[in-house]
Design a protein. Structure first.
Length: 235
């Protein structure tokens, strides 16, 4: 009986209606020895494109998870992390703002930490194409609020490049309640409360535009974060 070897790392790519960008994401990958788990919960051709890439790129271990209903950013990441088989896991945005070389550098940082998150706002980071002024202002204001509410010391909780040991993720995942963009904050908060060490790593990042976070999403994020912080996510 042939068994599939356990990959060294699993990388989740939430891909809600990403048919215009997912091909460029895969084309940018020269090599990756782990498994790539693409979570498709939209209504476009993303899953078909992923299947086509998997067929012509036998050098990559690609798994496509399909859902006929919207999971949300957090829900998509959770679905992928639950399916991950490797001892090291992570997730990255499908827009290609973070290159695979940077993700491998984050995975390497797990040799001395339970988690490593990419940061655009610490010394050593490189932003080859920056966000607009208003987006940067919103990001800084959001980060200040997160520090006050959750006592997190991170400068950038929302960068879509994060990796962890599977042990740490499996410990806190059953307690997670977030399904939206506030997922990142809750995950880091629960890891901190569980005693896990997460390092913030300067990263090379390029703004690709077409942000999926809209004004209404920001309001939902704030509402969800207050609910998590003061009511455990149940109110």
């Amino acid at each position: 009986m042939t068994t599939t070897p356990v990959p060294p790392c699993s990388l989740v790519i939430p891909a809600y209606n990403e048919e215009k960008r997912i091909l460029l994401f895969f084309d940018s990958i020269a090599r990756f020895d782990g498994e790539l788990i693409v979570v498709c919960d939209g209504t476009d051709r993303t899953a078909e494109i992923v299947d086509a890439v998997a067929a012509r790129r036998p050098d990559l271990q690609i798994r496509c998870l399909r859902y006929n209903h919207r999971l949300g950013k957090g829900g998509g990441v959770i679905a992928g992390l639950r399916e991950a088989r490797a001892p090291l896991v992570g997730y990255v945005d499908a827009d290609g703002s973070t290159g695979m070389a940077e993700m491998l550098r984050l995975f390497a940082a797990l040799s001395h930490a339970d988690g490593a998150i990419g940061s655009r706002w610490v010394d050593g980071s490189t932003l080859t194409v920056q966000q607009g002024f208003m987006r940067r202002l919103e990001s800084r204001g959001f980060n200040l609020l997160i520090r006050l509410l959750f006592g997190l010391s991170f400068h950038d909780t929302q960068c879509g490049a994060k990796v962890f040991t599977k042990t740490a993720v499996d410990t806190v995942l059953p307690r997670m309640v977030s399904q939206g963009f506030e997922f990142d904050v809750e995950l880091l908060w629960r890891l901190k409360n569980a005693g896990f060490r997460v390092d913030e790593i300067p990263i090379e990042w390029q703004n690709k535009g077409d942000s999926r976070v809209q004004k209404r999403d920001m309001l939902r994020m704030l509402t969800g974060l207050f609910r998590i912080r003061f009511f455990g996510g149940t109110a």
